[in-house]
Design a protein around this ligand. Structure first.
Ligand code: ATP
Ligand code: MG
Length: 450
């Protein structure tokens, strides 16, 4: 009997990546994926691989989304053909990646990514290629079988294969059942999988929110404790992940969820610290408003510039720093400039914001005090600034969250739409004789409300 139990355990799905398990096969009649929903270019790639004698499947997000009746973002193919063999089959094919070679088959603007089945971490001299202290995977570049390929994926619902040979869905990990129940579950031991790659914690939040799934309790429990592991992830990778998290149209929920699990602190420690304050007993709502606005824009099909998002994410710590400096006697505009530098420099240790993003982000911040100087030619000059629109949108958010007077934002809204004569009137100095003095006084007043 004990032997029978052992055999049963070994055969049970979920036992581990080294075990041979029979996949559950869902034939075409038992799942809703139809070829009409699959990109014709992806089908071409699948058929040609199949005709050449290779195994060819759709895998990952596209299978998951098709099963849920959602439109996939892109179509990824997994195969037992090696990259060189894939290249020989397709003229329009490039091999990319040095560490792990992938084939990109290009059809105009659509790229079908073709990856060779891969095993989990290689065993070098019997050891997994894991980092000693954190358990992070350092190497992940060994070809394997479809089964090994399934086990190394993150969530069960992301490890389903649509096999072009017979149009069936192949499930090694119980993904179909989890999909049906709306559960997001890591394959294998959650703590081990988070330690191998802490970005999976962010992916958990992203997929939960995007799919409206619940996170399996065993995968949820270690999140807060393991959140600090994100600090070991290369900042460049976190930049990509932050964009995926906040620019998919559900940033408000993502933000709440990240804060709830203590993950936000590891990505944006300065913002987290600044948000912990509640000046005059009121919570700071600027960032929440900004994310709400971003989600709305995305839902309306409008673009959101990454620099605007990052400007919003880091505004509270910039304000806080600027205020500190002002209290030490630094002039306001200078205080703001220094604060911007300081916050960017410190943030780069966590999330690598590229210069093409951080430069316009800074500009948006530094434009803010200029909105308060309206007299004479200044308003006209600001209006023709290349970043005016972004700066003005940012001002609106500051006004909505009660940080600046609503009157100021309204004035700028009117000014933009006014005819030339009205604009001149709006910016006219109060009186000729007092012009010089009031200008000087004006400048003082403008020193400013960060
Ligand atoms: P999306 O629709 O957002 O693109 P996706 O599931 O396709 O979702 P990708 O980041 O494109 O996500 O990854 C493709 C697939 O690669 C995933 O479905 C998963 O199987 C696998 N994968 C991606 N990242 C990881 C990871 N960090 N650990 C393990 N497997 C991963
Ligand atoms: Mg994808």
């Amino acid at each position: 009997m004990p032997i029978l139990n052992l055999v049963k355990k070994l055969l049970k799905p979920g036992f581990g990546p080294d075990r041979k398990v029979q996949p559950r096969i869902y034939p075409r009649s038992e799942h809703p994926i139809s070829r009409a929903q699959i990109s014709p270019n992806a089908l071409k790639v699948l058929y040609r691989l199949h005709k050449a004698g290779f195994r060819a499947c759709l895998v990952g997000g596209c299978v998951r989304d098709l099963l849920l009746g959602r439109e996939p973002k892109d179509f990824d193919v997994a195969t037992d053909a090696h990259p060189e063999q894939v290249r020989r089959l397709f003229r329009n094919c490039r091999l990319i990646g040095r560490r792990f070679r992938l084939a990109h088959v290009c059809f105009g603007r659509e790229i079908i990514e073709v990856a060779t089945f891969r095993a989990a971490a290689p065993k070098a001299g019997g050891d997994w290629a894991l980092e000693a202290t954190t358990g992070r995977v350092l190497r992940d570049n060994v070809y394997g079988t479809i089964e090994e390929d399934a086990w190394r994926r993150d969530f069960t619902v992301n490890a389903l294969y649509y096999d072009i040979a017979d149009f069936s869905v192949v499930d090694y990990v119980g993904g179909m059942e989890d999909l049906r129940r709306g559960v997001l579950r890591l394959i294998g031991d959650p703590e081990v999988r988070y330690r191998e790659d802490p970005v999976r914690m962010l992916r958990a939040v992203r997929f939960m929110t995007k799919l409206g799934f619940t996170l399996d309790p065993a995968c949820e429990a270690p999140l807060s404790r393991l959140a600090p592991l994100l600090e070991d992830v290369p900042p460049a990778r976190l930049y990509d992940e932050v964009l995926k998290l906040f620019l998919a149209g559900y940033g408000v929920q993502v933000f709440e969820s990240l804060r709830h699990y203590g993950l936000f602190r590891s990505l944006f420690p300065l913002t987290d610290h600044a948000l912990a304050r509640e000046p005059d007993g009121f919570p700071l709502v600027f960032l929440a408003k900004a994310l709400e606005n971003t989600d709305r824009r995305l839902q309306e099909g409008k673009a959101v510039a990454p620099y605007f998002l990052f400007a919003a994410l880091l505004w509270e710590p910039v304000r806080l720093e600027a205020r500190k400096r002002q209290a030490q006697g630094v002039a306001p505009v200078m205080a703001l400039q220094e604060a911007a530098c300081e916050v960017i420099t410190r943030q780069l240790e966590h999330v690598a914001i590229p210069r093409r993003i951080s430069l316009p982000m800074r500009e948006v911040w530094l434009l803010q005090p200029r909105f308060e100087r309206r007299q004479g030619g200044r308003a006209f000059k600001l209006l023709s600034h290349p970043r005016f629109r972004a700066g003005y949108d940012f001002l609106l958010l500051r006004s909505e969250s009660g940080e600046v007077d609503a009157e100021l934002a309204e004035w700028w809204t009117r000014f933009q739409h006014a005819d030339e004569a009205t604009r001149r009137k709006m910016t006219a100095a109060p009186g000729r004789g007092r012009r010089r003095r009031s200008r000087r006084r004006g400048r003082k007043r403008e020193q400013t409300s960060t």
